[in-house]
Design a protein around this ligand. Structure first.
Ligand code: MRU
Length: 356
């Protein structure tokens, strides 16, 4: 998608380096950063220079390529794969991508391993682009149906950033929105700010602005009243891990939006590529929920009147805080899952129907 009218992807490989858009600097600064080593890749995931489930997976895949360039040695590669998997716990795409790469590289000789690794990482990236595009085309049908009943602008609420910045291109939750906009359907997006890291305000609103899509940032607590007032036609969010029973783990606060949507009879959709489905665990209590540094709550970063990035404390120094990064929305609150294979019910039967 576009930034200042130039087409970008979030990650690419060039001159034996992995290039990323440093998302900790957006929206105030647009910086392309080089990842040179496996440590750089792990650090980029941990510090959230790259974030969003599919992009974390792609970074891990390229991280293994960097690991091979650094030292073509099996035990180094194994250690790199373990360190990558441990760099962030919740998004299953990370483990999915590492497992896929390691399976491909198993038994490959030293001479061929780099080319095979690079080809596989590129395949993961291209596949994600294709899947996100398909998610958009399936999701478009839902927006078209709402639009056929309501001639006015369609108001869509989204949480966090499940946009192209969280994937390689298109996004998951935003892909249907981009496709609707391209088809001339009038859409307006309510963007949840998404405290504490403000991915909604800093990233979703930014990328929608760059594509010319009307959007309004709201506090994380505003969705309920907007739904009661009839100002939300549908919700679409992304996910970091969806279980085979349709339970959806996503950015903290998603659950409360789904409850509000249910109470107000508003469709609540979750958009995801199949790489986000965890087929192995059956109970959402087993999902590792990331707990991040409490400084993300107690401090805010922004730009001052002299265009300087500033970080300020907003809480009493003595106060304790708890920073859980994700929550789980039970399947019963989800209207449907929008995947690259079509739309299904959030249930074992629904998912099995699409993914035999
Ligand atoms: O902590 P983040 O910014 O990595 O969390 C991102 C989300 O929760 C997204 O909704 C999810 O990864 C889906 S991205 C298509």
């Amino acid at each position: 998608m576009r930034i200042e009218n130039k087409v970008y992807r979030t990650i690419w490989f060039e001159d034996n380096l992995v290039k990323i858009i440093d998302q900790t600097k957006l929206p105030h600064q647009f910086i392309i950063k080089d990842l040179k080593t496996i440590k750089d890749a792990i650090n980029a995931i941990k510090t959230m220079e790259v974030r969003g489930a599919p992009l974390i997976g792609a970074t891990a895949a390229y991280g293994l390529v960097l690991s091979i360039i650094e030292k073509n040695d099996l035990s180094f590669l194994k250690k790199s794969s373990e360190d990558l998997i441990n760099s962030r716990p919740t998004a299953i795409n990370l483990k999915w991508a590492v497992d896929r790469m390691m399976k491909k590289l198993s038994g490959v000789n030293e001479k061929d391993i780099l080319k095979i690794a690079l080809d596989e990482a590129k395949a993961i990236v291209e596949e994600d682009v294709g899947f996100c595009k398909k998610i958009g085309l399936y999701g478009l049908k839902i927006i078209e149906e709402i639009s056929s009943k309501k001639k006015d602008t369609i108001n869509i609420l989204t949480h966090c950033n499940a946009g192209w910045l969280a994937t390689i291109d298109w996004g998951t939750a935003t892909s249907p929105i981009y496709h609707a906009h391209k088809k001339g359907i009038k859409v307006h997006v309510w963007v949840d700010e998404t405290r504490p890291r403000n991915q909604g305000a800093n990233l979703t609103s930014y990328e929608l602005n760059e594509e010319g899509i009307p959007n309004t940032i709201i506090t994380d607590n505003s969705g309920g009243i907007l739904m009661q007032r009839g100002q939300v036609d549908m919700c679409i969010v992304g996910t970091d891990r969806t279980l085979s029973n349709g339970d959806v783990c996503n950015k903290i606060g998603t659950y409360l939006k789904a409850l509000s949507a249910k109470d107000n009879n508003i469709p609540f959709y979750v958009a995801l590529p199949s790489s986000t489905i965890d087929w192995s665990i059956k109970d959402h209590k087993q999902i590792p929920i990331e707990e991040r540094n409490s400084e993300e709550l107690s401090h805010l970063e922004g730009i001052d009147e002299n265009n300087k990035i500033k970080k300020i404390r907003i809480y009493p120094q003595k106060s304790k805080s708890l920073n859980l990064a994700f929550d789980v929305t039970p399947a019963k609150l989800v209207t449907g899952l929008i995947t690259e294979k079509g739309i299904c019910e959030a249930s074992v039967e629904g998912l099995k129907g699409l993914f035999k």
